[in-house]
Design a protein around this ligand. Structure first.
Ligand SMILES: Nc1ncnc2c1ncn2[C@@H]1O[C@H](COP(=O)(O)OP(=O)(O)OP(=O)(O)O)[C@@H](O)[C@H]1O
Ligand SMILES: [Mg+2]
Length: 565
């Protein structure tokens, strides 16, 4: 038997008189019990606080004792315990003894043995006290077991609850992801369907517009009556506006051929920054936030610039003409709606404007969706941006919060390494530097229009020379070579715009030229400049700025700037 088991089976003996204790101990040991003899009541108090099975006490030893401490120890017993006492009494003789006797009964689990008794009676009382105590020990271990079981059950329940919560979280996450993917898929399908529709419409419309414009040209040419000429001119202008819209629609429906090349987007944004600042007005500040050493993206630089111009105008409108626009470049991991899982170059145009309402944000890329008043917006800007991005193998996304601002992102695939130009040679060719040093000759007979062009170009930071008809244009060309020629088409005198450009190219074959025209004799113009260099009248500052910027960049790249070695 272990020590602790032995101590739990101890019988405490309190019989301080004479040899009583030894006699009792001998009798008990013979019956197989373990005894601890207490010299006095105080020692009994100490021992009873330790493990023990029962206490055998002669009644007289308690008569004069203060029993309160013993009662309070017994009161603090755990629920399973009811400590047994065997009290050896003498026949009661007086009242005091009677009272003490009844107090002793208050000890609770008491066996009274009245003297005289024999040793066997004592042993039998000890055995039954021990048996009772052992049943209590059994109850204790049952209780402990139940508590242990409870604890493990609780911890298992807690574990399962956490597992369930985690599974639930996972499920909710997957559901949200699936929902997002579903929305993206629906959006892609919608845009594709719209693309097919607009592509068909715009091709047919283009044909109709060519017929309208061609015949209006013819009327203008054949008519003698000035009034008829004016009417034909109006038809032409309307047809031109229609043509601008169909070209935007074609950009959305991916019906336009793109010239995809490896482009340095950071350089492009640095290049377009001044143009944007000048054309958006003094209230708008443009900030660049460019990722250093951004990889080359595969894109059509002209189209990307057009897209950024569109986005910047939207941003300006959203900020009611004053605020800061951030142009940001970065590289991002592909999102699930993109074809390739490679990284993408992302250009963002970020404003702090009024933001887009969540109810309409799914529609802003739709062609003709606009919230601007009639005549202010056609709702084709963002669809054009979307079409350009999609056709470049990327996409366009919008993020917006009402009252905080909007970010429109153009995602473009990165160019393959072998497409990236190694260096940018600067030869002896005639290189136009943009901004202040570029010198532009403006030839326009209408004084108000000329003034508008000259002032606009000066605002944009160019140096400007001017002439009021074809002949004085020729004189100016002879006296100095400009970096760019902008001329009206129809002018009084023998030299029209197309003839002036032809003449200019005789003396300066690589001189870039833009023909501004309200009335387009396209055939004559087509012979001298390509369609991209026609500036349809009436035009706004941004149209002019963009044409000039494009002409200068094209001229630079034709002379080797920005081309691969
Ligand atoms: N940066 C922006 N902040 C707030 N709303 C915007 C922003 N950009 C676009 N929108 C919303 O999306 C609509 C569609 O834009 P989109 O550029 O396609 O057409 P538009 O600007 O209305 O007309 P357009 O560009 O053809 O002149 C806008 O009318 C406007 O409601
Ligand atoms: Mg717009």
């Amino acid at each position: 038997m272990t020590n602790s088991a032995m101590s739990e089976e101890r019988i405490l003996v309190l019989a301080p008189k004479g040899r009583d204790a030894q006699v009792i101990e001998q009798a008990l040991i013979r019956g197989g019990s373990y005894c601890t003899i207490c010299a006095g009541y105080d020692e009994l108090l100490q021992q009873i606080a330790l493990p023990a099975a029962a206490a055998l006490v002669v009644e007289e030893a308690l008569h004069s004792a203060d029993l309160q401490p013993l009662f309070s120890i017994l009161a603090q017993q755990p629920s399973w315990s009811d400590f047994p006492f065997i009290v050896l009494t003498s026949p009661l003789t007086n009242k005091d003894e009677l009272r003490a006797h009844s107090v002793i009964r208050n000890l609770g689990n008491v066996i009274l043995l009245e003297r005289p008794f024999n040793a066997e009676t004592l042993r039998s009382a000890a055995r039954s006290a021990l048996r009772a105590r052992k049943r209590q020990y059994q109850a204790r271990s049952d209780l402990q077991e139940r508590m242990d079981l409870n604890a493990t059950l609780e911890s298992r329940i807690a574990e399962r609850t956490t597992e369930l919560a985690q599974a639930n979280d996972r499920l909710m996450r997957e559901m949200r992801e699936r929902e997002r993917a579903q929305i993206a898929l629906v959006q892609t399908h919608k845009m594709e369907a719209l693309g097919h529709l607009t592509s068909g419409i715009s091709h047919d419309f283009n044909n109709l517009l060519s017929v309208i414009q061609g015949n209006a040209d013819l009327v203008n040419f054949l008519a003698e009556d000035e009034r008829i000429k004016r009417v034909a001119d109006k038809i032409c202008k309307a047809a031109q506006q229609g043509a601008k819209m169909t070209s935007q629609l074609l950009a959305f429906s991916r019906g336009q051929p793109l010239n995809l090349k490896a482009c340095d987007l950071n350089q492009a944004l640095e290049g377009i920054k001044d143009l944007l600042s000048a054309s958006l007005g003094v209230g708008i500040e443009i900030q660049l936030d460019l990722r250093p050493n951004l990889s080359y993206a595969k894109a059509d630089l002209n189209q990307i610039e057009l897209a950024i111009l569109n986005l910047a105008i939207n941003a300006k409108d959203a900020m009611h003409g004053s605020g800061t626009i951030i142009l940001r470049t970065e590289v991002r991991a592909a999102s699930s709606d993109l074809v390739s899982d490679q990284e993408y170059a992302v250009v963002s145009v970020i404003d702090t404007g009024e933001g887009v309402n969540p109810e309409i944000i799914g529609k802003v890329f739709d062609p003709f969706f606009t919230t601007k008043p009639l005549g202010k917006g056609t709702g084709l800007g963002l669809s054009q941006v979307y079409g350009i991005a999609q056709q470049s193998g990327g996409t366009a996304k919008i993020k917006s919060e009402v009252g905080i601002g909007t970010a429109v992102e153009i995602w473009l695939p990165l160019a393959d390494l072998d497409e990236v130009p190694e260096s940018t040679p600067r030869g002896d060719e005639h290189v136009i530097s943009e901004g202040k040093r570029a010198n532009i000759l403006v030839v326009e007979d209408e004084p108000q229009v000329r003034e508008f062009i000259v002032e606009s170009l000066e605002i944009l930071g160019y140096q400007v020379m001017q002439a009021e008809d074809g002949q004085s244009g020729v004189d100016k060309l002879v006296s100095a070579r400009p970096d760019l020629l902008i001329t009206d088409f129809l002018m009084p005198g023998v030299i029209n715009g197309a003839q002036l450009v032809k003449y200019a190219h005789k003396i300066y074959p690589d001189l870039p030229a833009i023909i501004a025209t309200g009335y387009a004799d396209l055939q004559a113009i087509d012979e001298v400049v390509d369609r991209e260099m026609i500036l349809p009248k009436p035009f706004q500052l941004t149209d002019l700025a963009y044409k000039v910027h494009t002409a200068i960049r094209r001229s630079n790249s034709a002379s080797g700037i920005g081309k691969a070695a």
